[in-house]
Design a protein around this ligand. Structure first.
Ligand SMILES: [Zn+2]
Length: 375
């Protein structure tokens, strides 16, 4: 039997930031904790949001979100949330800020330690309550504004994906204007994250045809708009389409993800390299598409149609060509991953939540072949 769940309310278009005050009111937030990072703040995007609030609304600003959010940063943010008497989270930023905000909302409502909520250990049952959260993305990639998940690097070095319907924001405010300042490289990397969500979600064996439709629509939009958005960051239509692709990618990955994300999460833990999640996905996607090909025949045809490819075109080659066109690295080796990292990557990929929903069961050998094929 299939269980179909639709997620949250999304206000989507140019000017959507004007909806922030009413969204806060509806969520019952009167002292928002703003989870963001220094880059987003200095780009003026926090101001673009807080400028819409009542002048006397007390806000607590935390701009200490790291590129890959850590448990230590979450605890620091939680201290500030508590000492400032906040009653909800306003996350403004990319996936990192939204994920950190979700972790703060969870701990402020249900208490620590964070590790006990690991879904692979049955942690979902321990969630008592979660503080309300409004999410405002400033990149078009993660889709965390509408997703059930968040990812944190734990103090013991594990990178854990937490997932529960409790973590879906009360409202998502998607205003493509906030992505205009994203540099080319980040537009490319985050855009490929969104495209990978659409592809991997569509390919999981989970039965959810509505989510499949959302994934294909997101892929169609993102695949056509990404090169334009990278080339000209001021193109209003391309930015709109990329933000929709991002939102739709996350709406569809309610079905789960696959081996690209399993390996990408494993590689994202290598602190020395500090690799970008979207870039990792982009370079892993061709090898995973080749690995899964034997079990995905009909589905690959539908993906190819959404991408506008000729019926004979090879999906993996099309993705490699897209990566080259938008200036992304050609492989993990280019990004600093070495032969000696492979055993660790395989071990962590096997344990990742996303590994379970890859369409073709991946053994250690399978993961190793994919990683070698992506070097
Ligand atoms: Zn992702």
């Amino acid at each position: 039997m299939a269980t179909l769940t639709y997620l949250t309310t999304t206000h989507f278009d140019y000017g959507a930031v004007q909806k922030v005050p009413s969204a806060l009111r509806r969520a019952g937030i009167s002292r928002p904790f703003i989870a963001t990072d220094v880059g987003v703040r200095t780009a003026g995007l926090v101001q673009a949001v807080t400028g819409t609030l009542d002048k006397d609304m007390p806000v607590s600003l935390f701009d200490g979100t790291p590129g890959n959010p850590t448990e230590a940063a979450v605890l620091k943010a939680l201290d500030q949330f508590t000492s400032d008497g906040c009653d909800g989270v306003l996350a403004i930023g990319g996936g990192s800020s939204m994920d950190l905000g979700k972790a703060v909302a969870l701990l402020s409502g249900s208490g620590g330690p964070l590790a006990q909520y690991d879904p692979l250990q049955g942690g979902g049952k321990l969630i008592k309550s979660v503080a309300p959260l409004i999410a405002i993305p400033t990149t078009a990639g993660t889709g965390s504004e509408v997703s059930v998940g968040f990812v944190i690097i734990m103090s013991d070095g594990r990178k854990v994906t937490f997932a529960s319907p409790h973590f879906v924001p009360r409202a998502a405010i998607c205003d493509p204007e906030l992505t205009f300042g994203l540099p080319k490289a980040l537009t490319a990397a985050t855009g490929m994250d969104a495209i990978t969500h659409c592809i991997e979600a569509f390919l999981t064996p989970t039965i959810n045809p509505p989510a499949d439709g959302v994934a294909l629509d997101g892929l169609w939009r993102g695949w056509h708009a990404l090169p334009i958005a990278v080339e000209n960051g001021q193109d209003r239509d391309a930015r709109w389409q990329m933000m929709m692709c991002s939102t739709e990618g996350a709406l569809s990955f309610i079905k789960g993800l696959g081996a690209v994300h399993a390996i990408s999460h494993a590689a994202g833990r290598i602190e020395r390299l500090n690799l970008h999640h979207g870039t990792l996905n982009a370079v892993l996607l061709p090898a995973v598409l080749r690995f899964n090909a034997s079990v995905c025949g009909e589905k690959y045809k539908r993906l190819g149609q959404a991408m506008g490819l000729s019926p004979k075109a090879d999906l993996a080659e099309a993705v490699s060509a897209m990566n080259a066109e938008i200036g992304l690295p050609s492989g993990l080796g280019d990004m600093g991953v070495e032969e000696e990292n492979i055993p660790e990557l395989v071990a962590y990929s096997m344990k990742d939540l996303s590994a379970a929903t890859n369409p073709r069961g991946a053994t250690e050998d399978g993961f190793e072949a994919i990683i070698r094929g992506s070097l």
